[in-house]
Ligand binder design. Structure first.
Ligand SMILES: Nc1ncnc2c1ncn2[C@@H]1O[C@H](COP(=O)(O)OP(=O)(O)OP(=O)(O)O)[C@@H](O)[C@H]1O
Length: 219
């Protein structure tokens, strides 16, 4: 089956187990929102999928092929929590590196069009994050992992990013995590919660209360 899936993920740091038999999948055309409390293992899971952290055990399948590290598929982009594009690179150089197919869409965005020759070290923190997010959303890969894309952005740019994710998902699959959970609920086709080292499918906000992600009265 076409798609990305990872199952039987087990991960411990020293003696502490963080993920236990975790399963997550994503198809083309789908945005999967990944929620969880601080320290629940969201970033670790994305790093395991991408291949920058080696799990104790996992089984990763991308478009019917098993991979030890997701990046080896050459079909997976990953936005880490921290800035990753070197400051001396210009926006145009970054577009030419990551977005050979999606460059036209990117260049239509007003901020991009008016800053093509600006280097990343001359952007503000939020501008830099916005650009890195756009580059991953319109990158040439089919599967996109976004770790906290919204966290440094003002509301208008959060809305704009959501619009671009919705547009780009026609031929891509996204896995997105962020603590702006309302934006995650808005943009996602389905929600998975990491809690107590395990994955739970979430149908509505009440489930998030039941599983202890949102505060609320428990009967
Ligand atoms: N390299 C590491 N060495 C030791 N412990 C680690 C390492 N990386 C992560 N951890 C621990 O694993 C747990 C999960 O971390 P992770 O960063 O995946 O959580 P998260 O759900 O992304 O949290 P947040 O929402 O706060 O960013 C945390 O308790 C963290 O301290």
């Amino acid at each position: 089956m076409q798609g990305l899936s990872i199952d039987s993920v087990n991960q411990s740091f020293a003696d502490r187990e963080v993920l236990s038999s975790v399963y997550l999948n994503c198809k083309i055309g789908e945005v999967v929102g990944l929620l969880g409390r601080n320290g629940s293992g969201k970033s670790t899971l994305l790093k395991i999928i991408f291949g920058s952290v080696k799990a104790n055990f996992k089984y990763l399948n991308i478009n019917n092929k098993v991979y030890e590290k997701g990046y080896l598929s050459k079909n997976l982009s990953y936005l880490p929590q921290d800035n990753f594009i070197p400051g001396k690179i210009s926006i145009l150089q970054a577009i030419n590196t990551f977005c050979k197919r999606g460059h036209a869409e990117l260049k239509q965005i007003e901020f991009v069009a008016s800053n093509l020759n600006t280097r990343f070290y001359n952007l503000s923190g939020g501008e830099r994050r916005f650009m890195e997010c756009l580059l991953m959303i319109y990158s040439d890969m089919e599967y996109i992992l976004l770790d906290e894309p919204f966290s440094q952005l003002s509301p208008l740019w959060i809305e704009e990013l959501k619009k671009h994710i919705n547009k780009a998902k026609a031929d891509k699959g996204f896995i997105i995590t962020d603590h702006y959970y309302k934006s995650i609920l808005d943009v996602s086709d389905r929600i998975v919660l990491l809690h107590n080292k395990c994955n739970y499918n979430i149908d509505n906000e009440d489930d998030l209360v039941t599983h202890g992600y949102l505060p609320g009265f428990k009967a």
